[in-house]
Each structure stands twice: as C-alpha cells, then as structure tokens.
Design a binder for this molecule. Structure first.
Ligand SMILES: [Zn+2]
Length: 83
C-alpha cells in the first residue's frame, strides 16, 4: 500500500494515518463494510431470519478483498464465554 501525504485529498477523506512506522491504516471504507456486516448480523438476530455467524470471526483484507472466517470454540472452564 502506498503511503499517503497529509495533503492527499483521497487520504484525507479516507481517514488514513500517515505515520511512516505505524501499522497499515484502516480505511474508512473497510470499517464501513464491516459495519454493514455487523448490522446484517444484528438484523438476523432480531428477526430470527437466516443463519447467524455464531462462534465465527470474519476478517476482511481490504487490500485483496478476501474474507477469512475463523471458527472459535467456547472454553467450558472460562468464566466469560463458557457460561
Ligand atoms: Zn472465554
């Protein structure tokens, strides 16, 4: 990913960070895409329609537009998720 200068209008409108040694920036469009997916999950939860992404984490790489879904398991001995 190219580094954007503070004067770059595209970078300014996307909220990109410009620190040279910082981790890759999160583009506003990527955060928006993930927000839409979260809203979809909320609607499925509220309406009872569809298959919810329970016990799964969805990752989106905005540079390649690839999704990765990782299944997570509850730890029966964990006080937070084992309930
Ligand atoms: Zn846990």
């Amino acid at each position: 990913m190219e580094e954007a200068s503070p004067q770059d209008p595209v970078a300014a409108s996307s909220g990109m960070e410009t620190e040279p040694s910082s981790p890759p920036p999160i583009l506003g469009a990527v955060a928006g895409a993930m927000g839409c997916l979260q809203a979809l999950e909320a609607l499925k939860f509220l309406t009872g329609i569809g298959e919810r992404a329970e016990n799964r984490i969805v990752f989106l790489d905005g540079e390649t537009l690839k999704f990765e879904v990782v299944e997570i398991l509850r730890n029966p001995r964990c006080r937070v998720c084992g309930g």
